[in-house]
Structures are given as C-alpha cells and as structure tokens.
Design a protein around this ligand. Structure first.
Ligand code: TXE
Length: 508
C-alpha cells in the first residue's frame, strides 16, 4: 500500500493510509506551472502589501474565524490523509488557529516603522527601522502536521505582507487545497488576486518552486532534502529557512515528579505514532529513579493501542517507507544488546503490524546505535540510566540534531539552567512540547535540525527585510561627510568621540 502515487499523466493520488481508499487526484506541477504561479503571485503580493496592516489583519482574522468554524471538516480531511486520530487532528488545527491569530494581531507592532535612538554623534538625524515584505514566499510542507507546520510559515509570511505559494507534501495535498480555498473565500473576499496559491506534486514540484524566482523558501522536511533545497536555491541566491527533523531528549532528574515525567515521555514519544519533529526519541533518567520511572512508563505504554477506530491511541504510519527505518533501528538496537519493552514483544517483527507499529521502549542501547543517533520518526523511545542531570545534558547534546528537549526536575531553577545548557532551539520544563503552545515563542533548530525561526516576532521577521531610514531634521553642528568639512569639524567630532568612548571606566 502506498499513500501517494505518481501516474504517467502527471497526476498523483492520495490514499488514506488506514483504509487504502483514494482521497483525490492532483496534478504534479513542473517548472512552467511554478513560474506561472510566481508571476501571478508577484502582482498579488503588491496588491496584498498595499492593503496595509489593518486590512490584512482583518482579512487574516476572518480566515481564522472560518477555519475555526469549519474545524471539524478540516480535521476529518487531516485524519483521512494522515491516519492520525480525529481529536489529534483537531488539536493540531487549534494550534494553527492560534498562529494565524498571533501573526495577524502582532504584525504591525513587530514589523511597522519605529524610531530608534540615533546616537549622540548623530542627534541631527531621525532614525527609523521598518520591515518590508520580501514579495513571494515558497512554502514546502511536510505531511506529519499538514496544517500546523506549514501554517507556521504561511500565516507569518502573509501577515508580513507577502504572497505565498504553498507546495504541500504529496501525502497531504487535499489538506493544502482546503486551506488555500478557505483563504480565498474569506481573506481574499472574492478578489481575483491569488495571494495564497496551491502547487501540488512531489519532490520535483518542490525543486521547481525552489528555483522559480520566489524571494524565500520556507522548507520543512528531512535534512537530506533541505541540503538539496539549499543547493538549488544557491543558484539565484534565494534565502531558505530549513525546519528539519529532531532527536529530542527528555531528561528526568532524581527529584522529578515521575508520574508527570512518564506521562510526558509516553505522549511526547508515541502520540501521532512518533511522527513528530519535536517528538521525544530519547529519555535519560537519573540513576536513583530509573527503575521506578521505567516501570511507570512501561505501564503507560502497554496501555496504548494503535488503530484507525475511534479511541485508538494513534494511527498508522502515514508514509509507508518509514516502517523500514523503524525496523532497521529496532533490529540494530536489539542486535547490539538492547532490550525491547513491553516484554510481550518477542521479536522486532512483533512490533510491526501492516501499516501500524506497536509502541516500543528500548533500553540498554549503546549511544552510537542508529536508534539513538538517527531520527526514527516512529512510536519507539530509548531509555537510558544516567548518573546525574549533568550527564543527561551531556548525552542529550551529543546529537547532530537540536530541535527541542524536556527536563523534569523537582527544582525549576535547576531545570531552567539545564534548558539553557541544551543545544536546542527550544526546551520544555516539567512539561513536553509546551513551547509549541505559545505562539509568541520562536521555533526552529540547531545543526541537522535546520536554521531560521518560524512563530513569534522572529517568525514574522523571517519573511521581511529590514529597511533603515536616517532622515536629517537639522544641520549637523560638525558635518564630516562632505568635501567642504573643515579641520575644526573633524576635531570637534573626534573630541566628542574621545569624550564619550575614550575614558577608562571606573572598576566596579
Ligand atoms: O521528507 P522530504 P519525507 C523527516 C522524517 C522522515 C524523513 C523523510 O524523519 O522520515 O524526513 O520524510 C518536498 N526540492 N521529516 O520523505 O523528502 C516533498 O515533496 C524541494 C521530518 O516526507 O524532506 C515534501 O513536500 N522539495 C519533518 C517536503 O519536501 C522537495 C517532517 C518534505 O519531504 C524535494 C517530514 C526537492 N528536491 C519529514 N524533495 C519535520 N521537520 O517535522 C522533496 N521535497
């Protein structure tokens, strides 16, 4: 069974990964379609930018209201295309709604013109900075959170005044189509200007969009594909944001609330079948509480049931090829002395059931095994005993990835210090993935997890260019940027600089 197939006719089908039912047929757009979309978007971006902050805000809020009213309809589509439980789809959409709202309401404050102090040596100048839209943004989306993840770029790029061309994953084009149609109906208000366009297809379409003349590419997917996107974008010096995968760690301190930590590890690691870039993949537990924590986690994990029926804990693997990655990681871990829990699992194959993977906890796995080093993106987690919180931090940081992390500790001060010491873009303290619940917090990675930030004020600035304006409101008392300057003008300027900057600071 495949969930996405390309036909000779330049079209592809999406298929429900739980039932095998065909959901829709979509065109595979190539370079010509990508170029045509960019040329339409150019004009639309000018129209959209000229609407101004207030009008764009109102239109985006109208879109948000429509998505909220039709949340159930969209959730069913997400459920059908990804296989995730409908309530998980609903919660994903709720987060996307919060982002449209935040971006719409804060764009003017963050990006609008504001004065900055011009400095004592330039008091004759009034200085302002403002953030102007880049123009046309290409958003290349993934399938695991087909609403939330691309919305982290789409809503912020639109709020900043750009037009957007959205290439959803080939596994979730119907969700992409729904979002684009709903934007046109509400924010577009019947205007023929295609401010948000859809471009469907697979990697070839993503590649065509990357080199089509867009002003920035916002990519979410694997680090391997991010490298291809960057290489292709380099041809036109097109800037790129790369939101790639992760290998997030959860660290349990000796005085942590073990019930809360076990809940968080189970949910963070196994919800959405582990197909979450900020999913928990590694757990490091302080020695004194290791056995108790492991028992609590095993109890919770044993109760989980993958399936497509209502009440299932999580659904099938959305992308069938992921099962091979999971099989390889499990087989390698067990071959290298790892133990798989729950103990009812007699072999790796017991964990794999058609398109579903049962939850697996791996213990005693060496740190250089694939299950610890590479992104598994499945419902499996490794658990390892560590001597202290500090050792947990050291092992967590010994990863090429650096997206998110969680720390559970009885001391919030210790936990926050640990959060700072982790080489990741974000961290949750005594909670898991909680930084995702705050739209004002920027989101993005380090190393193989990518670069650039979506969400929050940084996310708005990613889709804008800073424009600096210095405006002279009175003549300089000592003009130096003129051939008419006198020795006295230069001396006066140097005197001021020596007075302001040349004195020794008293030792404090
Ligand atoms: O990713 P790809 P896939 C990780 C996860 C998963 C692995 C592969 O580990 O197992 O990546 O997933 C488009 N130029 N994540 O195959 O290939 C493609 O059409 C431009 C983590 O889905 O990176 C899709 O829209 N675009 C991640 C998007 O890139 C190209 C979410 C992602 O596809 C392209 C998803 C090209 N040459 C997977 N080739 C996360 N950060 O959450 C493909 N694409």
């Amino acid at each position: 069974m495949t969930t996405s197939q390309t036909s000779d006719a330049g079209t592809f089908e999406t298929v429900n990964p739980a039932t095998g039912q065909v959901i829709g047929l979509f065109p595979v757009a190539g370079p010509e379609q990508a170029a045509a979309a960019v040329s339409r978007a150019r004009e639309a971006s000018r129209w959209w930018a000229e609407l101004g902050w207030r009008e764009r805000r109102n239109r985006l809020l109208d879109w948000k209201a429509q998505v909220t009213r039709q949340l159930d309809e969209l959730a069913i589509l997400v459920h059908d295309e990804t296989g995730k439980p409908a309530d998980d789809a609903r919660l994903e959409i709720v987060l996307a709604i919060l982002h449209i709202d935040w971006a719409a309401r804060h764009a003017h404050r963050v990006l609008g013109a504001h004065r900055v102090f011009s400095g004592v040596a330039a008091l004759n100048l009034s200085a302002t900075v403002e953030y102007q839209p880049l123009g046309v943004i290409g958003v290349i989306g993934p399938w695991n959170y087909p609403v939330l993840t691309p919305m982290g770029s789409i809503a912020y790029a639109l709020a900043a005044g750009n037009a957007v061309i959205f290439k959803p994953s080939e596994f979730t084009p119907a969700v992409g189509e729904w979002l684009v149609a709903s934007f046109a109906q509400t924010a577009g208000r019947g205007s023929p200007q295609p401010v948000l366009q859809l471009l469907t297809g697979d990697g070839r379409t993503g590649a065509a969009l990357t080199t089509s003349g867009v002003d920035k590419v916002a990519f979410t997917g694997s680090a391997a594909t991010a490298r291809k996107v960057m290489a292709a974008a380099a041809e036109r010096l097109t800037p790129v944001i790369a939101e790639c995968g992760g290998k997030d760690a959860l660290i349990v301190d000796a005085d942590a609330d073990l019930n809360a930590a076990a809940d968080a590890a189970a949910w963070g690691g196994l919800s959405n079948a582990g197909q979450t870039c900020i999913g928990v993949e590694r757990v490091y537990v302080a020695d004194p509480v290791y056995e108790t924590f492991l028992a609590k986690l095993t109890e919770r994990v044993t109760a989980l049931r993958p399936g497509s029926e209502a009440g299932a804990s999580y659904g099938p693997m959305t992308m069938p090829s992921q099962i091979e990655v999971i099989r390889r990681h499990l087989t390698d871990a067990v071959a290298r002395g790892g133990r798989a829990l729950p103990s009812s699992l007699e072999s790796v194959e017991d964990a794999i059931d058609g398109g579903y993977v049962r939850p697996v906890i791996l213990t005693d796995v060496p740190e250089d095994a694939a299950a610890v080093r590479e992104e598994t993106f499945g419902p499996t987690i490794t658990v390892r005993r560590v001597a202290s919180l500090e050792e947990g931090i050291r092992l967590a940081n010994a990863s090429a990835y650096g997206l998110g992390a969680s720390i559970f500790s009885g001391s919030r001060r210790r936990a926050v210090a640990a959060a700072r010491a982790l080489r990741t873009g974000a961290a949750s303290v005594n909670s898991v993935v909680s930084f995702m619940l705050v739209p004002a917090l920027p989101f993005g990675g380090v190393g193989e997890s990518g670069f650039g930030r979506i969400h929050g004020a940084d996310g708005l600035r990613e889709f804008a260019r800073a424009k600096s304006i210095a405006s002279q409101w009175m003549k300089s008392p000592a003009p130096v940027t003129t051939f008419a300057r006198t020795d006295k003008d230069v001396a006066r300027t140097l005197g001021l600089v020596r007075f302001l900057h040349g004195r020794r600071r008293p030792r404090s």
